[in-house]
Design a protein around this ligand. Structure first.
Ligand code: SF4
Length: 503
């Protein structure tokens, strides 16, 4: 006699008790087959079947039927059981890197809606998605796995932890390797990549901000990476010298934020306990900027998905007004982001002529200044109705390079170029790194440049350089020493040779 039981994990799990109770009534030669169905397609996966084989085993034939049943259940093991080739299998299960090497679904890759869909397909209540997200992301939780909630109020049940919980992972495929704290309190987090064939390091930077004459920390900005290295080859940026080594997944982007939240919370606890002085207190993370390693819009889908997780009310709950994606100017991707995401946009401009921008930000050869400005004028029209641009503006970032782009004529040209665009300006002090030939502009030149912008009625801030002693400042992220071949430096236009440090 063959008894066939099939279904999803949850159904089979529920059968356990019934099997134990009915074992006394089974014929000694009963052949029990437990088959796990693909919960999406409901198609049987014979290769994933769990077969007791009791009747085919000489040893088993002498054992009691109860023993056989127990043996069958003990052989049950975790594995991916989705029929990924089936037409009804949702996209998020078919994405590259959806599962880790153990066949577990990586939950931090999923949007809330995808997680809800997955829960329903697994026969779970939709509230399970909310429970998972609250434990993964809600302030102060940030658990590493369902077992972390054992014995806690609203924790995961034993049944879930031993069943479905074994087939998913909350791991974001990054391993925090070490932290480096600068004299000014800026903290660089260095992560090793995990996952199939992953190699390399990415960096995120926690930047506490305290206003002068204020005794308490006011906000903390987190700068995160979207790629390992970068393909854009901006000439003033250390990450650009690495070339592109790979894209980060949504989970790897989100994990940087979760790890940074854990770090800040633990730092605050150490201050509260007296282990660290009150002067080192830092505020919870309030702002996220995609200004670390990589060009975020060169990894658009993962960045867009991670923004939705960061800003979701059931997720990490950051205000979209405080999440900024920075691009060097990939026009189609920029248009796609603005159309579909509520994050703020920053554009790294850095030059006011095509000649200079072609050199220091070579993406300009593909998308020249007039084309870039035309696209931004459409996206953020000045004095357009709030409906047209959702009350948003674009932030122009401008790194100040002595003798290259910091003349007062450049400031005038910048105003003309950006005419008709709802925008603000942020001047960035250049942070040197080994091998660079650029020099930072003097503080007088930065002040004079900014004065011209402000006199025209525009908002112009100057970004304070932070974390330079630990190579955590803007444009200093990455490890070129570990790379055999770096991206070549481009030939400067001859009139700028005098402004450069001798090679
Ligand atoms: S400045 Fe940004 S876009 Fe340019 S090379 Fe560096 S990381 Fe890439």
């Amino acid at each position: 006699m063959t008894l066939l039981l099939s279904g999803g994990d949850r159904g089979l799990h529920r059968c356990k008790d019934a099997l134990h109770r009915s074992a006394h009534y089974l014929a000694p030669t009963a052949h029990l087959v437990l088959r796990r169905a693909c919960p999406v397609s409901k198609m049987m996966r014979p290769d994933r079947s769990i077969q007791t084989g009791a009747a085919t085993s000489a040893a088993a034939s002498t054992a009691s039927s109860t023993d056989r049943t127990q043996t069958a259940i003990q052989t049950e093991e975790c594995s991916t059981s989705y029929d990924l080739s089936h037409s009804q299998c949702p996209d998020f299960l078919q994405r590259k890197g959806a599962f880790n090497s153990r066949g577990q679904l990586i939950l931090k890759n999923l949007s809330y809606e995808e997680l809800e869909q997955w829960c329903l397909q697994e026969g779970e209540r939709p509230q399970r998605a909310r429970q998972l997200w609250r434990w993964m992301y809600y302030s102060g939780n940030w658990i590493r796995g369902p077992d972390d909630t054992a014995g806690l109020q609203d924790g995961f049940s034993k049944g879930f932890r031993e069943g479905l919980g074994q087939r998913v992972t909350m791991d974001g495929q990054l391993q925090l390797q070490r932290t480096q704290v600068s004299a000014d309190g800026t903290c660089k987090l260095l992560f090793d990549l995990r996952g199939d064939g992953a190699a390399g390091t990415v960096e995120a930077v926690i930047i506490p901000v305290q206003r002068p004459n204020s005794s308490r920390p006011q906000r903390t900005t987190l700068c995160i990476s979207s790629q390992v290295g970068c393909a854009q080859n901006c000439q003033f940026c250390l990450t650009g010298r690495m070339g592109l080594r790979g894209n980060l997944s949504t989970a790897q982007i989100v994990e940087q934020v979760v790890e940074a939240c854990r770090y800040v919370a633990s730092h605050q606890a150490r201050v509260a306990s007296g282990e660290l002085p009150v002067s080192q207190q830092i505020a919870p993370i309030t702002n996220i900027v995609f200004m670390g390693m990589g060009e975020p819009l060169h990894n658009l889908e993962a960045v867009r998905q991670s923004v939705s997780i960061l800003c979701h009310p059931q997720g990490l709950q950051f205000s979209p007004n405080r999440v900024t994606v920075s691009t060097v100017g990939l026009i189609p991707e920029m248009q796609a982001l603005v159309a579909s995401s509520s994050a703020q946009l920053a554009v790294s401009l850095h030059a006011t002529t095509d000649e200079v921008r072609d050199w220091i930000a070579p993406v300009n050869r593909r998308y020249p200044l007039q084309q870039l400005m035309g696209a931004l004028r459409d996206l953020f029209p000045k004095h357009g109705s709030p409906k047209q641009h959702n009350g948003r503006h674009v932030l122009f970032e401008y790194v100040m390079l002595q003798g290259i782009n910091d003349s007062l004529e450049d400031a005038q040209r910048l105003l003309m170029l950006t005419h008709g665009i709802e925008c603000k300006f942020n001047l960035i002090g250049f942070n040197p790194h080994p091998g660079t030939r650029f020099r930072p502009s003097t503080s007088q030149q930065v002040a004079a440049f900014g004065g011209i912008i402000r006199d025209a009625g525009a908002v112009c801030t100057v970004r304070e350089s932070r974390g330079g002693d630990e190579m955590a400042a803007c444009g200093q992220l990455g490890h070129v020493e570990a790379i055999e071949s770096v991206m070549p430096l481009l030939e400067p236009p001859p009139q700028f040779l005098d402004a450069l440090v001798a090679a």
